[in-house]
Design a protein around this ligand. Structure first.
Ligand SMILES: Nc1ncnc2c1ncn2[C@@H]1O[C@H](COP(=O)(O)OP(=O)(O)OP(=O)(O)O)[C@@H](O)[C@H]1O
Ligand SMILES: O=P(O)(O)OC[C@H]1O[C@H](OP(=O)(O)OP(=O)(O)O)[C@H](O)[C@@H]1O
Ligand SMILES: O=C(O)c1cccnc1
Length: 496
């Protein structure tokens, strides 16, 4: 695998499921390739039972689209594929088409670091249906995982109450690409640094590290190990004090801290990686303070997540920073966001208007939202978001401005008329080219911080958070009900 300045592998066009190519060949052969389509990428539930998700991945969408090419060696690989019942999988004419293919799409998306809620379009992809279909898997792959991890990171950072969090997850991440995505998404979600040096080089994320137990075990005694580390890394000295016994480890760190002071240096911190982190951090804090070493910080690690960190502070643990690995990198306990990509409108030939489409599932919960959707976020006078409304400009009910109908329950109505609204989606890609609206990861990180600061604490809390209103503009809601009725009638089941 080659790693470049993006997380997506170089051959982005093949970073897909086979069926996208099979369908693309079908669209090409049926003369449908240029039918205009709109797809919406969304998820149905906030991850981790929380009240929000942090959008992440949109900043890399333009890069993906601009590099979406079928290079000659890729085309030759596809030419060599055999269908299960014999013969070539792909036709020569289609492969010639792919060789000249340009991903001529317009893509709108929720900016990285912005909050996003169930059923609203995280991405809206518009263009020839063949191009929309070909990018499906790669877009989901890019946005699903990073949104999940950015949300996890935001929760961990929220629990850390202003104390720093470092991503330590590379060793437990889902492969090298997964580790990079974790570092990037964690940083956007609010982590201050990563132990992943490649992520530091590629994305400019600050890197941070201490030392392992093996360092201590490689010396005849812990004190000698600490002394050698302090000599070798005096400006970056964090000593791991739990290899044998934390109380003794702290005493050894105190000895070394005093020796460092004699050389005009400072011990930065100690790290505790096992045992009762509340009890041991209090012990360490008390001893450093008694020794006039109040500047030595206390760092903790060991299978941490938002709940353990919250509990540690509830116990009064004087911990200054956290290293969080496994549970961040694997988005424990929810391994996937479950984001999907659904056709929401299409337009044939030179038709001037879109035909909205929806998927009517047996479960109302799985019913999609039709149309060319965008999101209005309403805020109260102090900037707190009070609700999001999904709008299709072609289906607005002018008589009910500011009103909205809950996305899951048509009997729940909202009136946002007295609030200010802002557009949530930005145009990331226009005619296949980067608009520059994706922004930098530092901007995304700041956006996430600000968004969470404004979010109602009732929606932000971990336990039984208040559901943030996501609604449809009344015209779009009426359209959705009509399409559902028509689809049921077509299926011969008008009352279901
Ligand atoms: N005071 C505490 N309150 C709540 N959870 C804690 C506290 N101290 C530690 N934990 C968490 O409890 C879990 C288990 O801790 P424990 O001391 O058993 O570590 P361990 O993994 O068994 O130790 P080792 O790393 O030596 O194998 C970890 O997730 C740790 O973060
Ligand atoms: O606990 P995490 O959140 O995953 O953070 C990363 C862990 O990785 C390191 O130890 P490693 O797992 O290699 O060994 P250990 O568990 O025996 O300390 C480090 O000491 C952390 O405990
Ligand atoms: O630098 C550290 O302390 C570190 C990095 C990765 C995993 N565990 C610890």
């Amino acid at each position: 695998m080659s790693l470049t300045d993006r997380t997506v592998p170089t051959d982005v066009a093949l970073n897909t499921d086979l069926y996208e190519l099979t369908m693309a060949q079908g669209f090409w052969e049926s003369g449908l390739a240029d039918t205009r389509a709109v797809f919406s990428m969304f998820f149905r539930e906030n991850p981790f039972g929380g009240g929000y998700a942090v959008a992440c991945g949109a900043g890399q969408v333009a890069d993906l689209v601009e590099n979406f090419r079928f290079e000659p060696d890729t085309v030759e690989y596809l030419r060599g594929l055999e269908a299960p019942s014999g013969g070539p999988m792909f036709k020569d004419g289609f492969l010639d088409y792919l060789a000249d293919f340009r991903c001529d799409l317009d893509i709108h998306g929720v900016r990285e670091g912005d909050l996003v809620f169930p059923r609203e379009p995280l991405l809206r992809v518009e263009g020839p249906i063949i191009a929309c279909q070909l990018v499906e898997t790669a877009l989901l792959n890019l946005v699903n995982f990073q949104t999940l991890v950015a949300t996890k990171a935001a929760r961990v950072v929220q629990a850390a109450e202003g104390h720093t969090v470092s991503d330590f997850g590379l060793r437990r991440a889902q492969g090298p690409d997964g580790g990079l995505a974790v570092a990037r998404a964690s940083y956007i979600g609010g982590a201050s640094s990563t132990s992943n040096v490649l992520a530091g080089k590629i994305y400019g994320i600050p890197v941070f590290g201490t030392h392992a137990h093996s360092w201590v075990m490689a010396f005849p005694s812990e004190l000698e190990a600490f002394r050698a580390f302090a000599r070798s890394a005096p400006n970056n000295c964090v000593l791991l004090v739990d290899t044998y016994d934390v109380a003794q480890g702290v005493e050894n760190a105190i000895t070394v801290a005093h020796e460092m002071e004699g050389r005009g240096e400072r011990l930065a911190a100690v790290r505790i990686d096992s045992g009762d982190l509340a009890k041991l951090s209090k012990l360490a804090r008390a001893r450093f303070d008694e020794e006039g070493l109040g500047y030595v910080r206390i760092s903790a690690s060991n299978d941490l997540d938002e709940y353990t960190i919250q509990s540690l502070f509830a116990q009064g643990a004087p911990i200054d920073s956290f290293g969080v690995g496994t549970k961040l990198a694997t988005a424990d306990p929810q391994p996937s966001l479950g984001g999907v990509y659904k056709l929401s409108a299409y337009r044939k030939g030179d038709e001037g208007t879109w035909r909205p489409t929806m998927k009517l599932s047996e479960m109302a919960y799985k019913r999609t939202v039709p149309g060319v959707q965008h999101i209005l976020r309403y805020r109260d006078a102090s900037g707190v978001p009070v609700g999001d409304v999904i709008v299709d400009d072609d289906w607005v009910d002018e008589t009910r401005a500011g009103r909205a109908v809950d996305v899951l329950d048509v009997d729940t109505l909202y009136d946002f008329g007295r609030y200010e609204a802002e557009e949530v989606l930005v145009c990331l890609v226009r005619d296949g080219a980067d608009t520059g609206e994706g922004g930098t990861i530092d901007e995304a990180r700041e956006r996430c911080r600000a968004s969470l600061r404004y979010l109602d604490p009732a929606t932000r809390r971990f336990l039984n958070p208040q559901i943030y209103p996501v609604a449809l503009e009344p015209g779009l809601s009426a359209l959705r009900s009509r399409l559902a009725r028509e689809e049921r009638e077509l299926a011969g089941n008008p009352v279901a």
